[in-house]
Write a protein that binds this ligand. Structure first.
Ligand code: PRP
Length: 190
């Protein structure tokens, strides 16, 4: 299979943060653990659109147990670069989570506001348990403390794109995580 790699967009990328091989290795490790932890349990994976779609697809395919997958679209208001506290549901889950085991699959935890809200919301709806797998975390930007049971990689506070993460809806299909050149988001890139 051919993937979009850094070489394909190299004039806009400064450097790689997490390679395709590292992403695959981490997802395989976590998937093996989750397959063990939830064997013979009714597990629903939940991803927030759109950034978590790549992680959700790769992670679900690495599991060796049957799961249900569901998606939610949320809006957050505030500054463009990080989510504010106010979150509304744009498109809800189709699953009823009451009495079921929930694993939230996230691409990145930044301030933690999205995840903090979602964990509480799943508990409010009566989930039997709620845990989190986050492929990436930016610990330096955390404002809301949420327990991430299945951890991926910590990354520095840089403008990261790829594997679901976007800049103006671009780079989501990059096969690794990379840092954008500042001139791209400062509007100086031709
Ligand atoms: C990103 C990411 C998380 C959230 C994390 O989504 O997918 O859901 O931000 O940020 P937080 O920890 O500060 O809440 P974004 O709002 O950029 O939407 P997208 O997934 O559609 O790109």
């Amino acid at each position: 299979m051919v993937f979009m790699q850094i070489a394909d967009v190299q004039d806009e990328i400064d450097h790689e943060l997490v390679s395709k091989a590292q992403i695959e290795r981490k997802i395989a490790q976590v998937a093996a653990q989750v397959s063990e932890d939830y064997r013979n349990k009714d597990l629903v994976l939940i991803a927030v659109l759109k950034g978590a779609v790549n992680t959700m697809a790769a992670f679900s395919q690495a599991l060796s147990i049957p799961v249900q997958m569901d998606f939610m679209s949320l809006s957050s208001y505030g500054s463009g670069t990080s989510s504010s506290g106010r979150i509304t549901v744009r498109q809800d889950l189709s699953a009823d989570v009451r009495g079921r085991h929930i694993l939230i699959v996230e691409d990145i935890v930044d301030s933690g506001r999205t995840l903090g809200w979602l964990v509480q919301e799943m508990q409010r709806r009566g989930a039997a348990s709620v845990e989190v797998f986050a492929l990436l975390e930016k610990p330096s930007r955390r404002e809301v403390n949420v327990a991430v049971k299945y951890k991926g990689y910590d990354i520095p506070d840089e403008f990261a794109v790829g594997f679901g993460l976007d800049y103006n809806e671009r780079f989501r299909n990059l096969d690794s995580i990379a840092v954008l050149k500042p001139e791209v988001y400062q509007g100086e890139h031709a």
